[in-house]
Design a protein around this ligand. Structure first.
Ligand SMILES: C[S@@+](CC[C@H](N)C(=O)[O-])C[C@H]1O[C@@H](n2cnc3c(N)ncnc32)[C@H](O)[C@@H]1O
Length: 282
């Protein structure tokens, strides 16, 4: 490309101050995610991909589309969210679930109901890790229980991927061999580099699209809520509001798991700390 053509292209795809402010406000209003000047490069890259997909010639025409066509919003939001996750990420939570929570619930619950929510589940690795932990902890006795894992995320593409339960083999390479063999099926073709989660794990999980900022259709109570590595994207008011809503939806003595760099507001009195980023409803 000639230098004048590449200059023209760069100009076409420039994102003005006003456009960036518009994008930040729209993301905040729709998702609660706070974007600032430090995120500008990242937002630019992610949004650029979406602008190209639409075939629109510039950011300004894309901003116009966003103003006039609500149907563009899901794809816009999907393009902005950070979906980083992995199987057994922050493994101490799954160890705690297996060694403390499940045994306690088995002893204490006469209704034989277990309810776990993975809020902001991304592409499904977190709820499948919960399902595997449940099956391992219950050692064949899970059929005697009414156990369900609800897994939700704002990003509809993530939910579709999660429902499919198919992952590149490298995504499970850090798991012990016996776990890989026990809970995943290899792709059929010899050249396949994918694995699929086994149906006995998948059967425990219901995936739904849900914006944490909106009303929640579930009544609860939940025994455990995983809300990991999403509060960090929100401001303090949104974090506090969500924590109060989780508190209300947990059973008494229920557990809230947060991500490694997340915590409860300093003066929050509804939970006790029982482990590394593990909180128990009082
Ligand atoms: C970094 S991932 C965390 C995934 C998983 N919990 C973990 O810790 O590995 C954050 C997820 O939060 C989701 N998210 C962001 N804002 C949300 C909102 N308002 N409601 C629901 N999910 C949201 C994103 O779509 C993304 O999949």
């Amino acid at each position: 490309m000639s230098s004048s053509a590449s200059q023209r292209r760069a100009d076409e795809y420039s994102l003005s101050e006003e456009e960036y402010r518009f994008v930040c406000k729209l993301v905040y209003d729709c998702t609660g995610i706070v974007l600032d000047e430090r995120k500008r490069e990242m937002v630019y890259r992610r949004l650029m991909r979406r602008v190209r997909e639409t075939g629109l010639p510039s950011f300004s025409s894309y901003c116009e589309r966003l103003k006039n066509d609500e149907q563009e919003l899901p794809a816009f939001i999907n393009s902005i969210t950070t979906n980083l996750t992995s199987f057994f990420r922050e493994n101490h939570h799954f160890e705690y679930l297996k060694s403390q929570i499940i045994p306690d619930l088995i002893r204490g619950k006469s209704d034989r109901k277990l309810r776990i929510w993975s809020a902001a589940c991304s592409t499904g690795e977190e709820p499948y890790s919960i399902g595997i932990s449940l099956l391992e902890a219950m050692q064949g006795r899970l059929q005697e229980w009414d156990a369900k894992v609800l897994a939700t995320d704002l990003d509809s593409e993530c939910i579709e991927k999660a429902k499919a339960g198919i992952y590149k083999t490298e995504r499970i390479s850090a798991l012990q061999d016996n776990r890989q063999k026990r809970w995943f099926m290899k792709g059929k073709s010899t050249t396949s580099d994918s694995v699929k989660i086994k149906s006995e794990v998948a059967a425990l999980i219901t995936f739904k699209t849900l914006n944490l900022l909106h009303d929640w259709p579930m009544k609860g109570p939940f025994d455990v809520i995983f809300c990991r590595n999403v509060l960090i994207y929100f401001d303090r008011a949104t974090q506090a509001e969500l924590i109060a809503r989780y508190h209300a939806l947990l059973s008494q003595g229920g557990y809230l798991m947060l991500g490694h760099s997340e915590s409860l507001p300093a003066d929050y009195i509804g939970f006790e700390v029982v482990g590394r980023t593990v909180f128990r409803r009082l």
